[in-house]
Each structure stands twice: as structure tokens, then as C-alpha cells.
Design a binder for this molecule. Structure first.
Ligand SMILES: [Mg+2]
Length: 417
């Protein structure tokens, strides 16, 4: 078992906590161990949904996103709890800190999941030894079980970590694809959701192996550029680097431009602002994101630069909304000195899908009303109508496993002292 996963290419880990929220609760209160527990948005309400559950609950059929009433029917002795996000964040931070002690090449992808590139970490041991060390350390110090996948790239590592739970360590080598990856049903492939799976089945692609062998041109016709990308993944081809800054990248999208000449003309500045915002809104949409703060940067003729921002109660992604705030900032903070450059960015970005879920957790009434999230939800509902959560969730949720992670803001907190 203990030889190197790959002597030449990269060695990538995917690490995934098992039943993370439930595990954190069990670590916090060991009396819960061995019992069917579930975290729900609101355990008291019939409308509450299951966010995550322990293996004991899963064994009875309890699933993420299932309504609480249904879960209780399947598992009458189910212990329901509200989420304690501070607790989960703290555990997550501790985990990523441990990972970063192995290598700085850690890319958190959600509260309980991330990639590591350990290609140049050979002095610490074989990949399996390092994986084992991490798994044991997280279990011993935090009482949280995890599974690791070891592979030459992110996709295979992700598939591998899913193969043994809980407390699995799985190596997936390229030469093993035919025996381990290709027999899997197409729905089990990371990045393929129900909708895509349905399309693929119509052309007789039922397993990952069928996809790997399928003609690339007809795949492109069926799924566009994604068709080729998925075929490559199915063949174990994935060049994406482990990017420790990826969390940052997602937090803000901005655009700036220098004027042809220093300007004190409000109309000219306004026009430029509109152009910049249009740019930002387009890119925000492409990422299926929404943001909560707008930042304006003004550089004056003398190179003095100021940045001013405003944080909102709700997430926005529309050009007109971003422009409204940006204009407000310019009106308020421009001292009429000649301007050389303007910049606008939308910050505190979240995937729309996550914004939707975040709200979902607190959807239902009473003491929840105090939550700011609830206000956000009301505002969104006012603006887009009652179906906003459906529309935020629909497409991508079908494309991927339901996600239960909260915000990404804190995911690089582990770097702070
Ligand atoms: Mg997990």
C-alpha cells in the first residue's frame, strides 16, 4: 500500500470531512455518538429541512434536503438540532490550519472540503503516510472523521475521496481507471447532475467508461464545450492547479479604467461608471454569483487614491442595482478634484446557489426573524417574487450534490495568526 501514488506527475489530495456538521456536534457532545442525529434549519417546524445527518440517521434513509417531517417518519428517534455555524467554522479553521502545516498549497472549496498539492512534500513521507497522518491528527485532536483521495489530479482525487467513507484513504491511479472509475454510473461522476445524466443516457452513455469512450464531436453537440471537458475528466485528464487563492478570487469582481484625460465632468464620469458596472455585472452573472458590497475607487490627477464602499443587507447581481450604489458612492465621495481613474467592484460574493441555501436554512419564522439573513430573504422575495429560492437553487442543485456549506468568507481564516 505504501508506495508513491505517482512518481512523475503531481500528487493531489482531496480531503472531505464525513458528515461534518453532525461530526462536530458529536465531538462537542460525545453523548450524541452512535445516535441518529440531524441538523435542520428549524427542527420545530414541519417545513424545516435536513441540512446534514449522522451515519446512524442515514442508515434509516434520512437525507440532506429532506423535510424534517419525512425524516422523522423514517427515523422516529431522530435527534434534531439547529445548526451552530460558529462551531463549524471554528472546526473548519482548525482543520485547514493543520492542512496548511503540510503544504501552503491548500485550496479550500467549502467548509469541510479541500484540495492539497503534496507533489513537493516528499520529505514528510509517502502520500499514504501523509494522508494517514492528517486523518489521524484530525480525528485525535478534533474528533472529526474524514476521507482522503490521492490521485494525479483534482478530479480523480475528488472521485477517490468519495469511494471510502468514513475514514477512508483511497488512491486512484490513471492505470486503474478502467477497473475503478469507468464501471461507475454516470450520475456518480463529480460535475454531472441529474439533467446532464439524463441527456447522456439518451445517447446510451450509462457509465463513466461510456463517456470516456464516446465520440468527442457528438458530445460537443450535446453539451457544448462542457462535453469535451467531461470526456477529458472521464479519461482522467484534468490540469487545474490547486489554487490557494481561489477563495479570494471569488470574493470580489471588479473593473477599472483610466480616463483619456483628467476629468471633472460628472456626465463623463457617470458614463465611465456605467461602462465599468456593465462589465462587472456581466462577469458576476457568468459566475452565477451575487454580492453584498459595492466598492468605488477614485484616483485623482495627483495619484491620490481613495476607496469607499457600501455594504448592503441583500445580495445583488443586477447592473442597475450595482450602478445605483456606485453612483451614490461617487456623489458622496468625489470632492470635484480632477479624476484620472475610476474602479468599481462587487464584493462579498457568494455563489447564488449558496445564498439561496443560506436563506433556506433560516426560512421559517419566529426567533429566526432576528437573523439578518431573514431580512435578506424578505428583500429578495419582495424583489424577485416568492420563487426566488427555487430559481436560485434549481439549475445547479440538480447539477450537483446538495451543498450544505455556509459562507466562503472565512475559508482563509486559518492563515490568520
Ligand atoms: Mg463532507
Amino acid at each position: 500500500m505504501a508506495h508513491s501514488a505517482n512518481s512523475k506527475g503531481r500528487v493531489i489530495f482531496h480531503i472531505d470531512m464525513n458528515c461534518f456538521y453532525a461530526s462536530v456536534e458529536m465531538a462537542h457532545n460525545p453523548e450524541l455518538k452512535g445516535k441518529p442525529i440531524a441538523i435542520a434549519g428549524n427542527p420545530e417546524e414541519r417545513k424545516g429541512i435536513i441540512v446534514t445527518s449522522s451515519y446512524e440517521a442515514r442508515a434509516k434513509g434520512v437525507k440532506t434536503t429532506m423535510p424534517v417531517w419525512q425524516a422523522k417518519k423514517l427515523c422516529p428517534d431522530l435527534l434534531l438540532m439547529r445548526p451552530n455555524f460558529d462551531r463549524y467554522r471554528e472546526a473548519s479553521r482548525a482543520i485547514f490550519k493543520m492542512l496548511s502545516e503540510i503544504t501552503p498549497l491548500v485550496q479550500p472549496v467549502s467548509i469541510d472540503e479541500g484540495y492539497l498539492d503534496i507533489t513537493d512534500t516528499k520529505e514528510l513521507g509517502t502520500p499514504v503516510e501523509i494522508a494517514d497522518y492528517l486523518q489521524q491528527r484530525i480525528l485525535k485532536e478534533l474528533d472529526i472523521p474524514c476521507s482522503l483521495g490521492i490521485a494525479p489530479n483534482k478530479f480523480l482525487a475528488k472521485m477517490a475521496s468519495d469511494m471510502r467513507k468514513p475514514l477512508g484513504i483511497t488512491i486512484l491511479r490513471k492505470r486503474e481507471l478502467a477497473s475503478t472509475l469507468w464501471p461507475l454510473q454516470i450520475e456518480e461522476m463529480h460535475g454531472i447532475g441529474a439533467k446532464t445524466a439524463e441527456k447522456l443516457k439518451k445517447v446510451s452513455i450509462h457509465t463513466i467508461g461510456d463517456l470516456a469512450a464516446h465520440d468527442v464531436y457528438s458530445l460537443k453537440q450535446l453539451l457544448g464545450v462542457n462535453g469535451e471537458r467531461l470526456k477529458n475528466l472521464a479519461n482522467g485528464i484534468d490540469y487545474r492547479p490547486v489554487d490557494p487563492e481561489a477563495v479570494h478570487d471569488f470574493k470580489s469582481i471588479g473593473s477599472s479604467q483610466t480616463l483619456a484625460h483628467d476629468s471633472t465632468d460628472w456626465d463623463e464620469l457617470h458614463q465611465l461608471l456605467e461602462h465599468l458596472v456593465e462589465n462587472v455585472a456581466k462577469r458576476v452573472k457568468r459566475k452565477s454569483a451575487a454580492g453584498k458590497s459595492v466598492q468605488l475607487m477614485i484616483r485623482f490627477h495627483n495619484h491620490q487614491t481613495i476607496t469607499r464602499s457600501k455594504t448592503l443587507q441583500k445580495y445583488i447581481d443586477e447592473k442597475k442595482d450595482i450602478l445605483f450604489v456606485a453612483k451614490e458612492l461617487l456623489k458622496k465621495h468625489w470632492n470635484e478634484e480632477p479624476v484620472r481613474l475610476l474602479g468599481v467592484s462587487l464584493q462579498n460574493l457568494e455563489e447564488k446557489r449558496q445564498v439561496g441555501e443560506q436563506l433556506d436554512l433560516f426560512t421559517y419564522r419566529d426567533n429566526v426573524k432576528k437573523e439578518k439573513l431573514y431580512e435578506t430573504m424578505e428583500e429578495l422575495t419582495d424583489k424577485y417574487g416568492k420563487n426566488v429560492f427555487l430559481s436560485l437553487n434549481s439549475e445547479k442543485d440538480k447539477e450537483q450534490q446538495p451543498r450544505t456549506s455556509f459562507q466562503k468568507d472565512f475559508l482563509d481564516d486559518y492563515k490568520k495568526p
